[in-house]
Ligand binder design. Sequence first.
Ligand SMILES: NC(=O)C1=CN([C@@H]2O[C@H](COP(=O)(O)OP(=O)(O)OC[C@H]3O[C@@H](n4cnc5c(N)ncnc54)[C@H](O)[C@@H]3O)[C@@H](O)[C@H]2O)C=CC1
Ligand SMILES: CC(C)CCC[C@@H](C)[C@H]1CC[C@H]2C3=C(CC[C@]12C)[C@@]1(C)CCC(=O)C[C@@H]1CC3
Length: 346
Amino acid sequence: MATRLRSVGKKCTVIGGSGFLGQHMVEQLLEKGYAVNVFDIQKRFENDRVQFFLGDLCDKEALLPALQGVSVAFHCASPAPSSDNRELFYKVNFMGTKAVIEACKEAGVQKLVLTSSASVVFEGTDIKNGSEDLPYAKKPIDYYTETKILQEKEVLSANDPCNNFFTTAIRPHGIFGPRDPQLVPILIQAAKSGKMKFIIGDGKNLVDFTYVENVVHGHILAAENLQKDSPLCGKAFHITNDEPVPFWAFMSRILTGLNYDPPKYHIPYWLAYYLALFLSLVLWLLSPLVTIKPTFTPMRVALAGTFHYYSCERAKRDMGYKPVVSLDEAIDRTLQSYPHLRRAKA
Ligand SMILES: NC(=O)C1=CN([C@@H]2O[C@H](COP(=O)(O)OP(=O)(O)OC[C@H]3O[C@@H](n4cnc5c(N)ncnc54)[C@H](O)[C@@H]3O)[C@@H](O)[C@H]2O)C=CC1
Ligand SMILES: CC(C)CCC[C@@H](C)[C@H]1CC[C@H]2C3=C(CC[C@]12C)[C@@]1(C)CCC(=O)C[C@@H]1CC3
């Protein structure tokens, strides 16, 4: 109730509001009484209560109309991690984020909440209950992560209380839920083509998978607690389900929930990693002739075979965060939302 009262009359803009997380943000913001603008390069849904602004966030002039009269901007736009396009990541995540900051300041937006990623500290080796104090990855696992680091630094250092401009960053990890175009669809595609036979490593590595509604809840709490002298100013916060789970148990639960067999043979982590590395080298050599997107990339092998789970104590302490949907419930809701991916029983 308190949250609802505080949010009445608030106007916000969701940059990247047509995306998976963005659409869920829009739905919950509307439910909480916010007036919502969406700025995105594409329009992917219809809603009379939302004002859409189409444009590229790298263009400050295009952003300005979407930010007029707005008190909070949520920036959750990014090229898809799988695009692996270094120039595009640099242009959108780094240069584009600079444009977002400039446009917010010029339009008089008071709060900017960035969707960063817990992966900004991940280098492909185990992280167990990692806090926000871990240093940024010196060797990020891919170009996407490299530019998420640049982006987060840019937003946090733009915090400027003297000019009434406050910034914070949310670092979710492994977001999943209805309409996710990545995790479940990629997994089921791999299972369909017979590639989900092997567990990479011993299968005991714990990982955070975070239900999209919990991620949205973290963003809204961040916006509502971000103000002068609050501990959120210029700081990053992990938002997770706070229930780390073995990576392969989670994958198996999704697979069996959609009537696919879970993987049962084990392959040593380093063997999988070097095979994926060798495959990407071969595909790179062949790239002038054919473009093939491999299912197993070194990055995915690293994510599938190591521990990477994070503490969200800072978010609990500073913004009263607590996941609103348990992992069990989240998996059930997600499975129900993908009837078209369910395999018919023989
Ligand atoms: N999906 C995941 O597991 C995780 C995602 N994140 C972050 O969460 C955010 C949202 O991710 P998703 O919703 O999964 O991605 P998504 O690909 O579904 O949505 C991204 C949106 O950004 C828009 N966009 C891209 N380039 C743009 C540009 N130049 N100008 C305007 N709009 C542009 C796209 O059109 C799309 O609607 C991203 O910042 C991502 O880095 C962080 C941690 C985990
Ligand atoms: C084929 C299988 C070995 C794995 C299929 C599932 C993967 C597609 C996903 C498992 C962990 C996911 C993940 C991300 C994308 C999808 C997975 C690799 C991110 C890279 C998305 C962007 C981020 O900021 C970090 C995420 C970490 C976990």
